[in-house]
Design a protein around this ligand. Structure first.
Ligand SMILES: Cc1cc2nc3c(=O)[nH]c(=O)nc-3n(C[C@H](O)[C@H](O)[C@H](O)COP(=O)(O)O)c2cc1C
Length: 349
């Protein structure tokens, strides 16, 4: 298989975090500007050339925005970004479950901090970068006011980011997932909405481990808030049956194919709860165009992935976006033509 940078096989000879850092360095200097066939979408408060995005956690510090967009992504989400820099959890904190093509991570928001990331984003924009870029908002581990932290990061990237995502769903920061209640989210959304300029879309990202009643209640509550998109889902702390890799016992959030069924089910529930009143971004275990299409059929208008890039190589974003455009075009062509009404329809008064 042809790859633009050393095949994942080679990178996978390094320990996971070193391999990731090497991939980032290569991507920083990547000359590629791949353009998949256009599949323009306007949804969740953003406008993109194609609906396939890079999920949070890959470009944590905003170092490879141009390189990632050049692989064919329609949009990228950088972060999680905390207000102050913080080192995250002790290493090792990233584990390959190679036999499952999955990852377990317990990074714990390793972040260069809002000022450094905003500086990089500003340089990207100053050099004419017009790609669709979002920032995943996170909180410092020691902070006791999550809403203040999310708002601080949103303020730091004001005018630079097209969307910001309130991340209340990473499993590696104590207490974070407990913010997935109507009351907490209302407070956070209000603070972030005030901090972000009016043109910036606001998304909320949920975890896949809530029970159905909790999901439905949150979906209904979010549909009534000034939020443009709900992202489903983050990693899972569950360990679905059938995992083969010995690293499955590591503590942290699981991503990749074993998350797919759970993330799709969670998306369907949120879709049912919100009933089209809010746009949905599907993420979790997407690794090809069929997965992306399935997620769109389940209610998403945009999709993202992260783990598949680690296993599938750098051509994957282009391929998924291209194959998705082809499938959508084929589906459009075979759609039955609407029957011509027997009588001229009456225009609404
Ligand atoms: C190493 C790693 C770090 C991540 N960091 C974040 C993060 O900071 N914020 C966030 O919202 N999601 C984070 N995620 C979750 C991803 O954005 C995504 O929701 C999840 O991995 C499922 O998608 P995937 O199966 O395509 O990887 C991270 C995932 C991985 C693998």
């Amino acid at each position: 298989m042809y790859h633009l940078w050393p095949p994942s096989r080679v990178l996978h000879l390094l320990p996971p975090e070193k391999a990731h850092n090497a991939a980032l360095r290569l991507l920083q200097f990547s000359p590629f500007r791949l353009r998949p066939p256009a599949l323009p979408v306007r949804s969740a408060g953003i406008e993109v050339a194609n609906p396939v995005g890079l999920a949070a956690g890959f470009d944590r510090h905003g170092e490879v925005v141009r390189g990632a967009l050049g692989l064919g992504f329609g949009f990228v989400e950088i972060g999680g970004v905390t207000p102050k820099p913080q080192p995250g959890n002790p290493q090792p904190r990233l584990f390959r479950l190679a036999a499952d093509r999955a990852i377990v991570n317990r990074m714990g928001f390793y972040s260069h901090g809002a000022a450094a990331v905003a500086g990089r984003l500003e340089r990207y924009r100053d050099r004419g970068g017009r790609g669709t870029v979002g920032v995943n908002l996170a909180k410092n581990k020691a902070s006791e006011d999550a809403a203040r932290d999310y708002a601080a990061v949103a303020r730091a990237v004001a005018g630079l980011a097209d969307f910001v995502t309130v991340n209340v769903s990473s499993p590696n920061t104590p207490g974070l997932r407990a913010l997935q209640t109507e009351g907490e989210l209302r407070r956070i959304v209000e603070r972030v909405r005030k901090a972000a300029p009016s043109g910036t879309a606001l998304w909320v990202k949920l975890c896949p481990d809530l029970d159905r009643a909790h999901r439905m209640a949150l979906g209904q509550a979010l549909a009534a808030m000034p939020v443009e998109g709900v992202v489903i889902s983050n990693t899972t702390v569950s360990r679905p049956a059938g995992l083969r890799s010995p690293e499955r016992g590591e503590q942290g959030g699981l991503s990749g194919p074993p998350l797919k069924a759970l993330a799709t089910e969670a998306l369907r529930d949120i879709r049912a709860a919100t009933d089209g009143r809010i746009d949905l971004i599907g993420v979790g275990g997407i690794g090809n165009a069929e997965d992306a299409l399935e997620r769109i059929e389940a209610g998403a208008s945009l999709v993202q992935f992260n783990t598949a890039l680690i296993y599938g190589g750098s051509l994957l974003p282009y391929r998924i976006a291209r194959d998705l455009a082809r499938s959508m075009e084929a589906a459009r062509r075979t759609e039955p033509v609407a029957p011509v009404p027997a009588f001229p329809s009456v225009a609404p008064q």
